[in-house]
Design a protein around this ligand. Structure first.
Ligand SMILES: Cc1cc2nc3c(=O)[nH]c(=O)nc-3n(C[C@H](O)[C@H](O)[C@H](O)COP(=O)(O)O)c2cc1C
Length: 345
């Protein structure tokens, strides 16, 4: 059984939910936590935007703030990290300090995060063109300066999430991780792909093993965990202290429970169709509560499609699911799916 400790934060089975921009909002994280995830990370948050919004004192602008809610941590979400992205050490450090102080704009009595995670893996052009995300892997001195600045600015644990490297010719995760550790990182999450690989199948777990060998801080392995067996194999092959699941948790928050059972040698019973549909419904209700019906339902659509993936009749219902705009309509579609599967069993 792995033992993962990030600073003072104990994560008993090392089961972490990955940051997923546009996906891992509060409701998604809650569903994962209810089903066994022990540690979660916010969607990535712009350090600069957080600082700028903080400086703007106009109430109208504050009300429109889109950044602060992404960084909000509710008490029941502990232990949750907030992930910052940025290329300028002073901004990332200032944003981290704001988060630790709990005084950033829009904060309504939430708690500070359990850790500050720094994004060094995002492959998107609009991010890397600013020198942020995975572009930092091409600029180790800058990445190091960011970690040092954040380390000096907060007493919270500081973690980094990196990739194998920029591309096949520049695989530098091992040296890079050593450098981040020396700069003060408390844990390192390694996504076993280069930036050039984006999310293509076939993550390289060997690089995770090599990083694990090279540093003394905990290493969290990430990439292509879609079932318990994948997680156990990653732990065995790499020796990492924790696993981080991203796409494997989409529509499947139970993956964490499945992994925990496998770790403990316990039998695991997957959810029945009616449990899946009920959880999906609860997920949609949560999104509506958090974001209102119009935004909540439009964002819930793809989650709903993930929940029913592989269910008989789901492909035919997909068109309607992708346009569903009320909870009532959704309940109707799910009732039909439930009946179809009952009658054909
Ligand atoms: C839609 C999407 C959004 C993502 N957003 C983030 C993010 O905000 N921060 C981050 O560090 N990684 C982000 N990632 C990368 C994942 O956290 C993870 O590293 C990657 O998907 C590999 O894990 P997996 O094979 O389990 O999906 C994102 C990935 C996807 C598919």
């Amino acid at each position: 059984m792995p033992e993962l400790k990030i600073g003072p934060v104990c994560i008993p089975h090392g089961l972490c939910l990955a940051p997923l921009a546009g996906v891992s909002d509060r409701t998604f994280r809650r569903m994962a936590r209810l089903n066994g995830a022990e540690y979660t990370v916010s969607e990535m948050v712009s350090a600069k935007a957080l600082c700028y919004e903080q400086n703007c004192r106009r109430p109208a602008a504050q009300a429109r703030s889109r950044t602060a809610p992404l960084a909000a941590v509710m008490r029941e979400e502990y232990p949750m990290a907030v992930q910052l992205f940025g290329a300028e050490p002073e901004f990332v450090a200032r944003a981290a300090a704001l988060l630790e102080s709990g005084e950033y704009l829009g904060c309504r009595g939430e708690i500070p995060p359990a850790a500050i995670d720094i994004n060094m893996g995002c492959p998107m052009a609009k991010i890397v063109n600013n020198g942020e995300g995975s572009a930092l892997m091409k600029d180790p001195p800058r990445a190091e300066a960011i970690v040092r600045a954040v380390r000096a600015a907060v007493s919270l644990p500081v973690t980094v999430k990196i990739r194998a490297g920029w591309d096949a010719e520049h695989i530098n995760a091992v040296e890079f991780a050593r450098r981040m550790e020396a700069a003060g990182a408390d844990a390192i999450c390694v996504h076993g792909r280069t930036r050039a690989q984006m999310y293509a199948p076939g993550a390289d777990w060997e690089i995770i093993r090599r990083v694990r060998q090279a540093v003394s801080v905990p290493v969290i392995g990430n990439g292509d965990i879609f079932c318990a067996d994948d997680a156990l194999r990653m732990l065995r092959q790499t020796g990492c202290q924790g696993v981080m699941v991203a796409r494997g948790a989409q529509g499947n928050p139970w993956i964490f429970e499945e992994i925990r059972c496998a770790m403990e040698g316990l039998p695991y019973t997957p959810p029945t169709l009616s449990q899946r549909l009920e959880t999906a419904m609860e997920h949609a209700r949560g999104m509506v509560r958090e974001k209102g019906e119009r935004v909540g339902m439009s964002e819930a659509r793809r989650h709903m499609a993930w929940y029913v993936h592989g269910v008989r009749g789901a492909a035919a219902a997909r068109g309607r699911l992708m346009q569903v705009s009320t909870l009532e309509e959704l309940a109707g579609i799910f009732a039909e799916l439930g009946q179809l599967n009952c009658s054909e069993q």
